[in-house]
Ligand binder design. Structure first.
Ligand code: ATP
Length: 214
């Protein structure tokens, strides 16, 4: 059986339960062999992260400690320059020609797809699974709807039948939080325990990450 590999990219500044719960639910519901939690070392579409890639990766390792199915992936830390997803997928595809690669994106991230570097190549390398994201408009943007239509399927077995090229929408339990909100709450000295793993929270406190400098 070819491997079914999920790829969940994010800036993870910091990693939170919105990310890990969604990734774990997709893994379970689609029976993926693993999900690679891919740190976007130099995100091309965002302002500079607050923490260095190394510190964000360290938090990622802490958050995934003990998880059998979700793995921290530092591939994009090994490459200089902007972290383009297409380059990462090309790398995986080169070493695993038969694997079923499944790029997992929240709807708001999918709606920004056309601004990604070589975005039209992504479906030549992987499937895309779209999850809903609490607190955002979860309708597909009209231009993307037109693009996506020929690739959409509501039959998840299609993801196993081919190495790439399908788009599947999967509902997940909503977790209404973003890393931006978490950084602000920490700065304001407000509780964030419910959205972070214990080890991750301990480390954030110990290193005074995101704390107010006033
Ligand atoms: P920031 O607030 O710093 O922009 P973020 O929390 O939005 O960060 P990233 O670390 O950039 O998240 O990760 C992006 C990926 O994680 C996207 O696919 C996005 O849809 C998904 N994601 C982030 N938060 C959630 C959430 N609460 N529920 C579901 N998916 C989420």
């Amino acid at each position: 059986m070819p491997r079914l590999i999920g790829i969940y990219g994010g800036t993870f500044d910091p990693i939170h339960l919105g990310h890990t719960n969604a990734a774990a639910e997709v893994q379970r519901k689609l029976g993926l062999d693993e999900v690679r939690m891919l740190l976007s070392a130099q995100p091309p579409h965002k302002n500079s992260p607050v923490l260095s890639a190394l510190d964000r990766y360290h938090l990622l390792l802490l958050a995934l400690k003990g998880s059998l199915a979700l793995h921290a992936d530092d591939t994009e830390m090994q490459r200089p320059g902007p972290s383009y997803m297409v380059d990462t997928l090309l790398g995986i595809r080169g070493s695993m020609p038969e694997a079923r690669l499944i790029l997992i994106l929240g709807m708001e991230a999918f709606n920004g797809l056309m601004s990604w570097y070589r975005w039209e190549d992504l479906l030549k390398l992987a499937h895309i699974v779209i999850t809903d994201r609490a607190g955002f408009d979860n309708n597909m943007a009209p231009t993307l709807k037109d693009y996506a239509a020929p690739f959409m399927t509501d039959d998840k077995s299609q993801l196993e039948a081919a190495t790439h090229g399908k788009i599947y929408h999967l509902a997940v339990q909503p977790v209404d939080i973003s890393a931006t909100q978490i950084r602000q709450l920490i700065k304001d000295n407000k509780p964030v325990r419910q959205w972070l793993s214990d080890d991750c929270l301990e480390e954030i406190k110990r290193r005074r990450f995101y704390a107010s400098t006033n």
